[in-house]
Design a protein around this ligand. Structure first.
Ligand SMILES: CC(C)(COP(=O)(O)OP(=O)(O)OC[C@H]1O[C@@H](n2cnc3c(N)ncnc32)[C@H](O)[C@@H]1OP(=O)(O)O)[C@@H](O)C(=O)NCCC(=O)NCCS
Length: 173
């Protein structure tokens, strides 16, 4: 599989079917497709992002993120990378670009909820400076898992300077 340059850009209505497919492949409780349409069209506090790339000559959406900007707080509502393209740095890039744009719009802290058993995502957030601040017991109704609340305080222009956000080709694809 040949993956060309990856572009991170705002989510558009025509991206929603591909975004919904990634969501369905990634989560046991995916959002209905109409929720993504709502985020793009109606939700004024929502900032949707996608990662787009040429894959074998075809332009594809391979990652997505939805963030809610509430005054000076950025809440990452969902983020996922298509399973065929994980561990190439795309998740990191989409998060950094979305949070940097939110910072420019006034965000000074960011937070998110993550499943207690999702150690891969927790590790990624930890690298960005997110710290565990609290726990919501039995938050996920399918497994009864706790949600771990992770927070990044003091979001500023230097926050991601130390993070390597270069995308790379995966060895086995
Ligand atoms: C979490 C997710 C978005 C990460 O996207 P990604 O493009 O694979 O992440 P990156 O390649 O940028 O990885 C960044 C860091 O996260 C950590 N990480 C990512 N996947 C990992 C895994 N499977 N195991 C351990 N650590 C992992 C690593 O520290 C990694 O850095 P490294 O590759 O230099 O070691 C992706 O795994 C995914 O879509 N998962 C399913 C949906 C999900 O869990 N979303 C988060 C909900 S809160």
């Amino acid at each position: 599989m040949t993956v060309g340059e990856i572009t991170i850009r705002r989510m558009r209505l025509e991206d929603v079917p591909a975004v919904h497919e990634i969501d369905t492949l990634s989560f046991s409780l995916p959002w209905p497709e109409r929720s993504f349409r709502f985020e793009v069209i109606e939700n004024a506090v929502s900032r949707g992002w996608v990662a787009e790339a040429e894959v074998n000559g075809e332009t594809r959406i391979i990652g997505m993120l939805v963030l809610w900007l509430l005054v000076d707080e950025a809440h990452i509502a969902t983020v996922a990378v298509h399973p065929d393209f994980q561990r190439c740095g795309i998740g990191s890039r989409i998060i950094v670009e979305a949070l940097e744009a939110a910072r420019v719009e006034g965000a000074r802290r960011a937070f998110l909820e993550v499943r207690e058993r999702n150690l891969a995502a927790q590790e990624m957030y930890r690298k960005f400076g997110f710290a565990i601040t609290s726990r919501r017991p039995r938050y996920y109704r399918d497994t009864g898992e706790d949600a771990i609340l992770m927070t990044l305080e003091g979001l500023n222009a230097e926050t991601f300077e130390h993070v390597n956000v270069k995308t790379r080709q995966r060895v086995n694809v």
